[in-house]
Design a protein. Sequence first.
Length: 94
Amino acid sequence: MQNSAKKHDVAAFFGRRILLLAPHPDDETLMCTGAISRARKKGAVIYTMVLTTGCPDMDSLPAGKRADNAAKIQTRKEEFQEVMECLGIKVLSY
């Protein structure tokens, strides 16, 4: 029987290409940084797709907040792309 306390070599399970699907920008780095690092060390090419902006929908905001929301979306996109570049991850869509 396998010892449950034994650490597994998770990196051995990675393929050569990995697609990270992130519901919001920064989910991939908050939840997957260790796995990303191990996979890159094993030679995997990593791609990501962000499914939402991570900001409220414009229609759900009062008119006075909409301009601020657009600026937040742009800032998050720029920050996300900078982090992905640092991590060596290719962005397929945002």
